[in-house]
Design a protein around this ligand. Structure first.
Ligand SMILES: [Zn+2]
Ligand SMILES: [Zn+2]
Length: 69
């Protein structure tokens, strides 16, 4: 993730105004096809804030090795 501070976001995602890097989700106004997931803990697992993809606790640990997302 870049170090810049000026960011613009909406319900599609979050983009850096300085370098254009997509920081979360699909980027501002849905710039990309792939989602940079932001996992929010919910009952029994995690749900992506932007694409609503679901990850259960077991799968999350497989990908993230038990660290906090
Ligand atoms: Zn940047
Ligand atoms: Zn996502």
């Amino acid at each position: 993730m870049c170090e810049h501070r000026r960011k613009v976001g909406d319900n599609y995602g979050l983009t850096c105004l300085d370098c254009g890097e997509v920081l979360e989700g699909y980027g501002y106004w849905g710039q990309t096809d792939t989602c940079r997931h932001v996992w929010m803990k919910s009952e029994g697992g995690y749900e992506c804030l932007y694409c609503q993809e679901w990850l259960n606790e077991e799968t999350r640990q497989m990908f993230h090795g038990g660290e906090q997302p």
